[in-house]
Design a protein around this ligand. Sequence first.
Ligand code: KIV
Ligand code: NA
Length: 268
Amino acid sequence: EVKRMTVPQLLACKGQRKIVALTAYSVPTARVVDDYVDFILIGDSTAMVAYGLPNTLSISLEQIGHHTAAVVRGTKRACIVADLPFGSYQESLGQAFRSAGYLLSQGADAVKLEGGEIMAETVEYLVSRGIPVLAHVGLMPQYVNTMGGYLAQGKTPDSAARILADALALEKAGAFGVVLEGVAEALGAEITSKLSIPTIGIGASPSCDGQILVTDDMLGLSGNRVPKFVKRYADLDTIMRNAVQQYADEVRGGKFPEAQHCFGVKRT
Ligand code: KIV
Ligand code: NA
């Protein structure tokens, strides 16, 4: 029997081995990813990647819940982390607990939320009540309107110090890890060395304790515009186009279906 990776096991990777993570929103992707990663994130990036929305702000808690349940059904090994979407946790501690509890009821093992020291109280509230939390600092897409775009963070000494202080506050509050997104390489390395919990980098640093990418981005399924930090490991867009083109040609040319695809036709 295969056992799912647990949050304490992820925590124990610090200083021992790299943590590998990817996103998934649906069964077909989750089934593949599950065989290779330590944790799967049902990110609110699903808003942009799967729903074509302009940012991550308008995905609902219920939508993330449905995608979480699908990913759980399609997997058996990886730890499952679900993003708390914008508006589902910022209002009050009670709201955060209800939202996070709902995601756990859909099969998530932990939740992720964005925000620095301001979220430390929320993290402590959730963790002390049985909900593991992965923090997320640096470039936080839910802050796109206050940032004025998706801009790398921590470029000045002041903002770098702020992000380090945020990460330390979240560790103190009980987060089991911190996603560092879109920060200068040196800052990613510094935060990783100063925290006793794992850092998960995305556009951060090779020194981070783990790395995460949006699966559709690294597989070449999200169009031509991808962030600088994405490496394309495959070009599935082209593979899918070739297959769909061949199908269309064969239907139009009367070559598909063949006898073996039809019922009640003797094979020769
Ligand atoms: O929503 C998401 O996919 C994320 C990762 C990119 C860290 O938050
Ligand atoms: Na996210």
